[in-house]
Design a protein around this ligand. Structure first.
Ligand code: FPP
Length: 259
């Protein structure tokens, strides 16, 4: 049965938050890092006879709500896929609309985040974005860098393959500069050159909207992530849907290749 997380008893340990399901006297580990592929804005708009841009406007609202929800229930890291390296293939008008929403959010965040305990980070290649956006992103990261609550990663112009290429290039340069030898390269050193450096890998990756693909999201980091797919279009997504995904995650048996 679905139990809202507030009905679980929470116990903090050094490494994790343990939830005890009081009805069944079972202990679960709350996911530390959740990734969300915010999908289905376009189909939601079509279903409601609206322009695709209206779906993104609604999607941006759900994003705001889900961030607050994650902070409230004690998730430590949330990574949302807002714009991929492939999304530039969309009509210019749609791309402009998403960038406009992103700018509005950044301006709002710069005032709102003073009172929130959220540390905001941006993952992806920001170099091709407008100077205005880059400045706002840098300001947002600077202003929230000492916050101790939820770490929010917003993936903008992000692609998992692109991120791995970036890491490989940086490590190749270190080899050429004589700082390391090729044999010094390890899984750990590759992780250290990803945008998510020093963050734990995602435990749970959620993709709503009925699509069953990873779409280049956190390719390296998701090696042992648990996936959760459902049919809800992102603009219809609520905290209850998120809790259902977390509850499903809590029931899984993660073996990491062991037995
Ligand atoms: C995927 O749905 C969604 C996107 C590519 C854009 C996501 C953007 C937002 C949620 C709003 C802006 C975000 C921030 C951080 C303010 P889709 O358009 O591919 O939907 P479809 O598959 O139904 O066409």
């Amino acid at each position: 049965m679905f139990l809202p997380i507030k009905f679980f008893l929470r116990k903090k340990t050094k490494d994790n938050d343990i939830l005890t399901d009081m009805n069944h006297n079972r202990e679960h580990i709350l996911p530390k890092h959740i990734g969300i592929i915010m999908d289905g804005n376009g189909r939601w708009a079509k279903k409601h006879g609206k322009m695709r841009s209206a779906g993104h406007v609604e999607g941006a609202q759900r994003f705001r709500e889900i961030v607050k929800y994650c902070e409230k229930i004690g998730i430590k890291y949330l990574t949302v896929y807002a714009f991929s390296t492939e999304n530039w293939r969309r009509p210019q008008e749609e791309v402009n609309g998403i960038m406009k929403l992103f700018k509005e959010y950044l301006i709002e965040a710069l005032t709102d985040f003073q009172k929130e305990n959220i540390k905001t980070c941006f993952i992806g290649d920001r170099s091709v974005l407008s100077k205005e956006l880059i400045d706002l992103m840098n300001q947002c990261e600077e202003d929230t860098k000492n916050k101790t609550g939820l770490v929010l990663n917003i993936a903008i112009n992000y692609g998992g393959r692109n991120e791995i290429v970036k890491a490989v290039k940086e490590l190749a340069k270190e080899c050429l500069d004589g700082k390391i030898l090729p044999d010094d390269i390890t899984e750990q050193s590759i992780s250290q050159h990803l945008y998510t450096v020093n963050q734990p890998d995602p435990d749970l990756i959620i993709r709503p909207s009925g699509e069953y693909r990873t779409s280049n999201f956190l390719l390296w980091q998701s090696a042992y992530s648990e996936y959760y797919f459902d049919n809800i279009l992102w603009p219809d997504y609520t905290g209850k849907d998120l809790e259902r995904a977390i509850e499903a995650y809590c029931k899984r048996n993660r073996r990491y290749g062991g037995i």
